[in-house]
Write a protein that binds this ligand. Structure first.
Ligand code: GLA
Length: 390
């Protein structure tokens, strides 16, 4: 889909900064520029959101991929805390099965045996992960060009990304219209909201697949970073990572992150779920005041830099993935190769294989309904530093 530039063409400053008035300090702003073209000749742009004290989020119209999040440490020193590549070509080729920073749809995570039944009809999907379907299939939302429009917001700067997925795309029923909004707030949070509508009964599961390293992208393992997950239970799986359907207590297992624990502390345990997944690659059942409430999901903390990341979501689950399949064969945006445990993903989502698990919260969407979800990644440091706003 061509990028709609109508919003931009209204302004003589096309390609230059759009300064958005904010209530304090420097003005938050949104810049954009060319990033390359797809093989079909579609133009891809890179967008830069800057908040009123200098935190930066960059993303592409291709896949909605977040390529960079620059966050201060306790001295105010910025570092890019997400893994990524330097070029569109690398995102298209190397990134195809890594999903760095991308928007995932129509269905994030796995659907067992690459099929599901809805309203008595069986839908067959691509088996792109052993016998199972994973992360949208062969050409998911991470590999499509989204239309991007700037967004004026009272609390920061943002953009809305839209995509229309035709009826039958990657095997799913219904024309699905998806609208994702990225807002970088002036209190250092990246807020992601998702909305979708359909013209036929369908299923969906949307997430963003950013890999974080709070010490800085390319700085090595995250094993010393300290994680808290607000979950009493997780969804155990078979050897192909399809949930068995049970919700198992984390109590007494390496899955228990209810108190802050380093990611590496139990990573090499012989606990069967960790052996199956080559590390953490599991869905935790979030403790929630009520289904759909925006509530605390997880915290990550990096002791040397003091950076803290808090994740809140309306989703019922979070897949925590310790980049188990990164094997040193790709050079990232910091000019260094990525290996196992060099990042962790917090994929807020519905539970994997929900279309085949009636006991899980539903992923069905019907005509006339609007799907809505929200995830907030809020950055801070363990000790406040004095901001030098003019
Ligand atoms: C998710 C999956 C993993 C893997 C990564 C991307 O986290 O659960 O198994 O596919 O995405 O490589």
């Amino acid at each position: 889909m061509p990028i709609d530039s109508s919003m931009w063409s209204l302004a003589p400053w096309l390609g230059t900064a759009l300064a958005l008035a904010t209530t304090r300090g420097r003005a938050a702003k949104l810049d954009h520029g060319a990033y390359g073209t797809t093989k079909d000749g579609e133009q891809v742009e890179i967008y830069t959101l800057t908040n009123d004290h200098g935190m930066v989020v960059k993303f592409l119209s291709y896949g909605g991929i977040i390529t960079e999040i620059d966050v201060p440490d306790r001295q105010g020193q910025l570092a890019n805390v997400v893994l990524g590549f330097r070029t569109l070509e690398e995102y298209k080729t190397n990134g195809a099965s890594i999903y760095f920073g991308a928007l995932i749809g129509r269905y994030a995570n796995r659907i067992g045996q690459a099929r599901f039944t809805l309203d008595g009809h069986e839908y067959k999907l691509a088996a792109n992960n052993g016998p199972n379907f994973l992360h949208g299939g062969n050409v998911g939302f991470d590999k499509q060009v989204w239309r991007v429009e700037p967004l004026r917001s009272n609390d920061g700067v943002g953009a809305t990304l839209t995509l229309t997925s035709p009826d039958g795309q990657e095997g799913f029923p219904g024309t699905l219209t998806v609208r994702v909004t990225y807002t970088l707030t002036n209190d250092d949070a990246l807020r992601i909201t998702y909305e979708a509508r359909t013209d036929k009964d369908t299923v969906l599961n949307l997430t963003n697949h950013s890999y974080f390293n709070l010490a800085g992208n390319g700085s090595g393992t995250v094993e010393d970073q300290i994680l808290t997950i607000n979950a009493d239970r997780f969804t155990p799986t078979d050897a192909t990572l399809i949930p068995t359907g049970e919700l198992s207590p984390v109590n007494g297992t390496p899955m228990d992150f209810r108190t802050a624990t380093s990611i590496g502390a139990r990573l090499r345990s012989s606990f069967q779920p960790l052996v199956y997944a080559h590390g953490y690659d599991h869905n935790w059942v979030l403790n929630k005041p009520s289904l759909g409430a925006l509530s605390f999901a997880a915290r990550a903390y990096e002791p040397r830099s003091g950076r803290v990341l808090d994740c809140y979501t309306t989703e019922p689950g979070v897949q925590v993935y310790t980049s188990n399949f990164l094997d040193g064969s790709h050079v990232g945006s910091a000019g260094r190769t990525y290996r196992q445990t060099d990042g962790f993903a917090l994929e807020t989502q519905n539970f994997p294989d929900s279309p085949n698990k009636p006991q899980f919260p539903t992923t069905e969407l019907k005509p006339g309904q609007t799907f809505h979800s929200e995830t907030v990644f809020r950055f801070a440091t363990d000790r406040p530093f004095r901001r030098s706003n003019p």
